[in-house]
Design a protein around this ligand. Structure first.
Ligand code: MEV
Length: 326
């Protein structure tokens, strides 16, 4: 039976988290840690999913009962695959069933966007398998709907990174998706060892916005300005200036209450050891920080981050978007 393997990259937020949930822009870069999804036709009407996350114990359901009210039982990654299949078969009639296998280069704990990458790769794989020819924009729109359906919140920046790759200027819901560059950014990534829960942090900021609307609006306005400046500095490769924006953005995220002592200490240590600037990346509350660093200072900054308990995650930025593997 016909079979296709597709891969999609993870992401790192460069500037603009949280504000991007409220109609502001952000900058995101795709990272070359990828999720691979193989979709294969089968004769019966079963969907079988094999995912690392469920220890390779197959998950099986009849194709038209993927979401039959038992959602809570489904492991997270499998949930996104199921919803992506559901969304696909709503628009396209298919004979038989599917075997879907997922493999990941990275731990879902880092906050690199494994759910978005797996959703994008599944939709692209199905489009290929049935020769539908979805455009990048169609895959973005479908995947965004799937993730909103499951998570209820999110700007979609992580889906854009998985679809288009490179480093992007992105506005909420994909109102604007512009490639800034395909060149690598000189980033060092440090993992805190703490898994963050994005929906909880997004709700926490929403609460603060309700309590102190003027303060939060003002913070978002500042973030919007620094994202726009950041886009130009990336184009011009002015890393020192971009590093200054990292510092300002970290301060605003601290004011929003989403940074943690560990993230603050890791950022400070990176800066005291020569980084142009450092900030948390993503929702905050844990996950990763990023430091902008020259080649000469890279080793020293990495050691400094490790010295305060961070784990260095080697990544290459501006990675290629979703692609067919074979
Ligand atoms: C989370 O990685 C980034 C947030 O801005 C949420 C989102 O944009 O979906 C906090």
């Amino acid at each position: 039976m016909k079979k296709v393997t597709v891969s999609a990259p993870g992401k790192l937020m460069v500037l603009g988290e949280h504000a991007v949930v409220y109609n502001r822009p952000c900058i995101v870069t795709a990272v070359d840690s990828r999720i691979k999804v193989t979709v294969e036709q089968r004769k019966d009407r079963i969907v079988e999913i094999l995912a690392q996350q469920i220890n390779n114990k197959p998950f099986r359901r009849p194709i038209y009962e993927l979401n039959n009210g038992r959602d809570e039982e489904i492991p997270k990654e499998v949930k996104f695959v199921c919803k992506a299949v559901e969304s696909f078969i709503k628009d396209n009639t298919i004979d038989g069933g599917l075997t879907i296998t997922t493999e990941s280069d990275f731990s879902h704990r880092y906050g690199f966007g494994s759910s978005s990458a797996v959703t994008v790769a599944t939709l692209k794989g199905l489009s290929e398998l049935y020769s539908i020819g979805y455009t990048e924009r169609q895959i973005f729109d479908l995947a965004y709907e799937v993730t909103l359906d499951i998570q209820g919140v999110g700007s979609g920046f992580d889906i854009a990174a998985a679809v288009y790759g490179g480093t992007l200027y992105f506005v909420t819901g994909g109102k604007r998706i512009e490639k800034i560059t395909d060149k690598k950014l000189p980033l060092v990534v440090g993992y805190t060892g703490v898994k963050a829960d994005t929906p909880t942090l997004v709700r926490q900021v929403a609460e603060l916005k309700k309590e102190k609307p003027d303060l939060v609006e003002n913070i978002f306005k500042n973030i919007e300005e620094l994202v726009k400046m950041g886009r130009e500095y990336i184009k011009e490769e002015k890393w020192k200036y971009l590093g200054d924006l990292f510092k300002v953005n970290q301060k605003t995220l601290y004011e929003l209450g989403v940074s943690t002592t560990k993230l603050d200490v890791m950022c400070k240590e990176a800066e005291s050891n020569g980084a142009y600037g450092a900030k948390l990346s993503g929702a905050g509350g844990g996950d990763c920080m990023v430091a902008l660093v020259s080649k000469e200072k890279q080793k020293r900054v990495e050691k400094a981050i490790e010295s305060v308990g961070g784990k260095i995650i080697p990544v290459t930025t501006s990675a290629e978007g979703v692609r067919i593997e074979k």
